[in-house]
Design a protein around this ligand. Structure first.
Ligand SMILES: C[S@@+](CC[C@H](N)C(=O)[O-])C[C@H]1O[C@@H](n2cnc3c(N)ncnc32)[C@H](O)[C@@H]1O
Length: 321
């Protein structure tokens, strides 16, 4: 009888899991947090009192929606491309305002999560019936590459997701976006700013334990989709903040010596007590860091929009001349 093998076993997810769990130190890529449950848990994280990032960026967008409209709208049709749109909870401030002002644009949410794109499209169509929306369920760069040239591109990369890349990846990513842009296009990036380390650390270590569940869900996903036998109770959620580097790092720490089997991928993963599996990096920036990043990747800063606490900035960039 033919053996049934799930197509997921040959997926990029499976390959990345094998790569990350058979190296030292072990890691799992944070883009895999977002399955159906991960999307829901992230929505809960955004509502946590400790997760100041949402309120800061909401305040920026609410206070600057008119200014942003003036910067973004030149009277011609444009594509408002939202990289990693999630539930577009914050972007909808702009969407409602622009539709109310009868601005000609198409909203293009991009997300690796098919579930997120489906939900955001349905929700927004119901909430803002006049909104033109064309979602793309792909990774950031393939999605950008697939958008035809023509209409101006106004690209949003909100929510401090830029901080999830390593320093080298950040510059490569920004340079690649730059290659897809024309002179009149704009890129707005949400940067979480360096601040009191306790405030930062608490954002990744909430009292109610939602961030812990979000992190552990990654192991759950490997269990369900790839047939692993991770025991979630044998791992501790461990966030750290390195002030020198401006890096918040989350890891799952093995509570004991243990062996995890993933027979479908033909690997056994041996973990020592106290050994981490790194899951996420969230880098923090100064305005000086942001200026340096823009310059080195071929941009000029148009404006840094700040919240009242100076916790966060939405930095608007154009291609350098
Ligand atoms: C931190 S959430 C931010 C959501 C929203 N932009 C906000 O500011 O609230 C990150 C979103 O990016 C998506 N994402 C993560 N990695 C991605 C990738 N490589 N390509 C496309 N989307 C990705 C996730 O599915 C998730 O919905």
């Amino acid at each position: 009888m033919a053996k049934l093998i799930s197509p997921l076993i040959n997926s990029e997810f499976a390959k990345d899991v094998v790569q990350g769990l058979t190296t030292n130190p072990k890691y799992l890529r944070s883009k895999y947090f977002y399955d159906y449950k991960g999307d829901q848990l992230f929505q809960q994280i955004m509502n946590l009192p400790e997760y100041y990032l949402t309120d800061s960026e909401l305040e920026i967008l609410e206070n600057n929606k008119e200014k942003l409209l003036k910067i973004m709208d030149s009277g011609e049709d444009f594509n408002l491309i939202d990289l990693g749109a999630g539930d577009a909870f914050k972007t909808r401030i702009l969407l409602k305002h622009y539709v109310n002002q009868s601005i000609k644009f198409t909203y293009v949410p991009v997300d690796i999560s098919q579930n997120a794109i489906q939900r955001v499209t349905e929700e927004l169509q119901h909430l803002i019936p006049d909104l033109k929306i064309e979602g793309i369920s792909k990774e950031y760069l393939p999605a950008l590459d697939s958008i035809p040239n023509g209409a101006r591109k106004i690209i949003l990369f909100l929510g401090a997701s830029i901080g999830n890349f390593s320093p080298q990846e950040t510059i490569l990513f920004l340079k690649r976006i730059n290659q897809t842009m024309h002179k009149e296009d704009l890129l707005t990036i949400g940067f979480d700013l360096k601040k009191d380390p306790d405030i930062i650390l608490n954002a990744y270590n909430d009292k109610s334990g939602v961030t812990k569940e979000f992190n552990l869900n990654l192991l759950n996903r490997i269990n369900t989709e790839l047939g692993a036998n991770f025991n979630l109770n044998s791992f501790e959620h461990s966030p750290r903040y390195d002030i020198e580097k401006g890096e918040a790092r989350s890891a799952l720490i093995s509570k004991k010596n243990q062996m995890v089997e993933i027979p479908t991928l033909k690997i056994s993963v041996s973990l020592k007590k106290g050994e981490p599996i790194h899951t996420e990096i969230s880098r923090k920036f100064s305005l000086q860091d942001i200026k340096g990043l823009a310059e080195v990747s071929g941009y000029e800063i148009v404006e840094n929009l700040m919240d009242s606490k100076n916790y966060f900035t939405d930095s608007i960039w154009k291609k350098a001349d």
